[in-house]
Design a protein around this ligand. Structure first.
Ligand code: PLP
Length: 431
């Protein structure tokens, strides 16, 4: 094992964290202090190959010098210009997004959940002002097992909600106003819902590949069929590309790969190259120009370090052909995983560098499952993540990873798959 025991200093930090910090995503007790492309270092200098990118963020690699420099210069020059004034790099970002993705209007916020919440507001207003939906009735349709964030509005989209946070935001979710449940990837269920309730539905929001559900691919053609249905019934198609976009799944937008130009696209995660929180809703004038000043905003949204970093990140996206890197290395990754012929692995999902290993249900037990495999891998120097309730393991390295690290990481991962069943007791605190 790479980490038999942490130093006292590192352990003290882990203890402080556990004593004082709440929420988050059940962190492994590894205090990370340095990041460089696809390598992370903990406080004791242990090195990890990053096969997770902090949930698909580091599309341009960690700490890309050009992106870091842009953010640092902005911090030194003028760290904050809020949207009551003009932040020049926000203007540059709008131009860059138009140039690269073909959408002429951009609204930046901070988190991915901010972006999907913002898209909901835009779609609701569009529903009332353009589609003529009656006051209070505008509905945003989602799908089963979707993940669009964890704020009260975005958590309301989910098909399984946690009872303790109710009441949720009404008129959103995967069950249509008249009660038709929309299953992800099932075009018939979407058609039924839209046919029944299209007069009330402003928008359909969907992840082109479901991320948090465990990198779940829809059937081929599903997204185009869904898009065509939306167009037929005058419903906005919102692609939540917070996780799939900007090269992660092998294309600028996964929607483009499916021949779709969504009405609205939500971006986040990699938008500022992983150096600052930044998200966006992008669209064209027909929809976006219904938004007035004061409708949407946040004090720290679109701040100079984040927007300067984003301009640099989008340049890197093009200059270093992150999409091609993602596609090519994603195929190598898939092949290496499948060629290992492990009985515990029955498939590899996703595209580009957004992947998951599907575990064999017959292999899953108290000793062998996604959560224990992820912590065993971490203990052996590779970071991955359990997804889909422990039935899958999410693997999404930075597309800029070297082929040598990619191969080494897969070798360690497969070794962990082979040996985990012989390991008893908690691994890095995971039972
Ligand atoms: C598709 C999708 N939408 C929205 C979000 C929420 O983003 P954030 O965690 O930045 O709020 C996520 C996060 O994983 C996501 O995968």
């Amino acid at each position: 094992m790479v980490i038999p025991k942490f130093s006292e200093k590192a352990q003290a930090i882990v203890d402080d964290y556990e004593a004082h910090i709440k929420a988050g995503f059940n962190p492994l007790p590894i205090p990370i202090v340095k990041a460089d492309n696809a390598k992370l270092l903990d406080m004791d200098g242990n090195e990890y190959i990053d096969f997770l990118s902090f949930f698909a963020v580091a599309n341009m690699g960690h700490s890309h010098p050009k992106i870091v420099e842009a953010a640092c210069n902005a911090i030194k020059d003028c760290p904050l210009v809020n949207t009551a004034f003009i932040n020049p790099s926000y203007a540059k970002l709008g131009v860059k997004i138009n140039e690269i993705l073909g959408y002429s209007r951009t609204i930046c916020m901070c988190s991915g959940a901010d972006a999907t919440d913002t898209a909901t507001k835009i779609a609701r207003k569009w529903g009332y002002t353009k589609k003529g939906i009656k006051d209070g009735e505008s509905f945003i349709l989602t799908t089963s097992a979707c993940y669009h964030g964890l704020t009260i509005s975005t958590h309301s989209f989910a098909s399984t909600r946690r009872d303790v946070f109710g009441p949720y935001v009404p008129n959103v979710g995967s069950t249509s106003p008249s009660g038709v449940f929309v299953e992800y990837g099932n075009i018939e269920s979407l058609q039924k819902a839209i046919e029944a309730d299209h007069e009330r539905i402003s928008a359909f929001m969907v992840e082109p590949i479901q991320g948090s559900a465990g990198i779940v691919d829809p059937p081929k053609g599903y997204l185009k069929q869904a898009f065509d249905l939306c167009k037929k019934y005058n419903i906005l198609f919102i692609a939540d590309e917070v996780q799939t976009g900007l090269g992660r799944a092998g294309a600028l937008l996964k929607s483009f790969d499916e021949d779709i130009n969504p009405d609205l696209v939500c971006l986040g995660k990699a938008l500022a190259g992983g150096v600052a929180p930044l998200s966006a809703v992008i669209g064209n004038s027909e929809v976006m120009d219904i938004i007035d000043h004061g409708d949407i905003g946040s004090t720290m949204a679109a701040n100079p370090p984040a927007t300067a970093a984003a301009v640099a990140a989008l340049e890197v996206l093009i200059d270093e052909d992150i999409c091609a890197q993602s596609k090519e290395k994603g195929e190598i990754l898939k092949k290496l995983l499948l060629d290992a012929n492990c009985e515990e692995i029955i498939g590899v999902s996703g595209s580009g560098m957004l992947r998951a290993v599907i575990l064999n249900p017959e292999s899953i037990n108290d000793k062998f499952n996604g959560a224990r495999l992820a912590s065993f891998c971490a203990a052996n120097g590779v970071l991955v993540n359990s997804a889909g309730g422990g039935k899958r393991v999410r693997i999404c390295p930075p597309p800029t990873i070297s082929e040598e690290d990619l191969r080494k990481g897969v070798e360690i991962f497969i070794n962990c798959v082979h040996t985990l069943k012989d390991v008893s007791g908690p691994i890095l605190g995971v039972k």
